[in-house]
Design a protein around this ligand. Structure first.
Ligand code: ADP
Ligand code: DP6
Length: 322
């Protein structure tokens, strides 16, 4: 039994940045995200007795061992749960640039968790799917759910998973400014590890999180886009500040990211609800009202090319496709 499974990317408004346990991927802090309709991954898994090893074919190309190793963490767990002793062929198509700070690991590993468990004949709960996706990539735990989801950090494999917070069926959206979709130099995995181990700013980041998380949950319950954006922007800036204190220091920002951030500040001066967030890459995402997405896109069209600006609305959770 093997089917294509689709998972959408999610963008964190309260970032996950640092692991308590690197093997199990238990985070240092809770994080909260919005799943989006514009970017997603489709994956199919086939367990096959003729295979002599696991295979990962991403966008038609066989992948090297480093990409395969994340995937194998999930496959191993599925084989254990289903008492299955067969290798797997994983075919995946990213409708999102890979490794560019646009959360391909979130949609990719969440789709894999769904497809592998389905192919093995397991009928997992959302909670168990979230745990399974998490051991492939932390942020993937949140892509099991549509709308807003919170990854509760927990303390071991059984207690660390995401939960749905709100379906986001209200006037919130995100405009992506793609300044560069090339593969980044420092992966999120390496970047957060270096920051935890060496940045003196890391403790300050951790201390500030309870307030951000508490306030954003209130803002979401009040459907207050302005407040959600304000908290998300300050949270992202704090996360990126930690990387400057790392040894060796690094940043995901480029000159184009700064230009995009300034454009968002300018939009605010003009009265738009517009706040930015950024992940482990140079691209900038604007949190705004869904009803103002095309207006804001038009405003930015003199600075960025048509293909650089992508409108996104809240997206669905993991699901099977034909
Ligand atoms: P991103 O910002 O795109 O999430 P990361 O560096 O965090 O960047 O993760 C990118 C990595 O995630 C890839 O190098 C690959 O190992 C894995 N990945 C991305 N998409 C898929 C997919 N569809 N299936 C399996 N693994 C994937
Ligand atoms: C900046 O989930 O890609 O996007 O768990 O090591 O696979 P691993 O990392 P990953 O990190 C995402 C970091 C982030 C913030 C976030 O999505 O919360």
């Amino acid at each position: 039994m093997s089917n294509w499974v689709r998972a959408h990317t999610n963008i964190a408004l309260i970032k996950y940045w640092g692991k308590e346990n690197e093997t199990l991927i238990i985070p240092k802090n809770n994080s909260l995200s919005l799943t989006l309709d514009a970017f997603y991954t489709d994956t199919k898994v086939t367990f096959d007795k003729h295979l002599t090893k696991d295979e990962l074919i991403l966008d038609g190309k066989e992948q090297d061992d480093s990409a395969l190793s994340k995937v194998q963490r999930v496959l191993e767990e599925v084989r254990k749960m289903a008492d299955l002793h067969l290798y797997a062929r994983v075919e995946s198509i990213n409708h999102v640039p890979t490794a560019a700070g646009l959360a391909s690991s979130a949609s990719g590993l969440a789709a894999l968790a769904g497809a592998a468990s389905h192919a093995a004949g397991l009928d997992l709960s959302d909670k168990d799917l979230s745990k399974l996706a998490r051991i492939g990539s932390g942020s993937a735990s949140r892509s099991i759910f549509g709308g807003f989801a919170e990854w509760v950090k927990g303390h071991d494999h059984d207690s660390s998973y995401a939960v749905p917070v709100d379906d986001a069926q209200w006037d919130i959206g995100m405009l992506f400014i793609i300044v560069n979709d090339a593969v980044k130099e420092v992966s999120s995995r390496d970047g957060m590890k270096r920051t935890v181990e060496t940045s003196p700013f890391y403790d300050g980041w951790l201390k500030s999180l309870d307030t951000d998380l508490k306030e954003i949950k209130i803002a979401i319950s009040e459907r207050d886009v302005e407040k959600v954006g304000r908290i998300a922007e300050r949270n992202a800036l704090k996360m990126h500040a930690t990387t400057l204190g790392a040894d060796p220091p690094f940043t995901y920002w480029t000159a184009e990211s700064m230009t995009a951030m300034n454009a968002v500040r300018e939009l605010r001066k003009q009265g738009y609800t517009a706040y930015f967030t950024m992940d482990a890459g140079p691209n900038v995402k604007i949190i705004c009202r869904q009803s103002q997405l095309s207006d804001i896109k038009n405003k930015l069209s003199s600075m960025f090319k048509e293909g650089q600006l992508i409108e996104a609305k809240p997206g669905p959770g993991l699901h099977l496709i034909d």
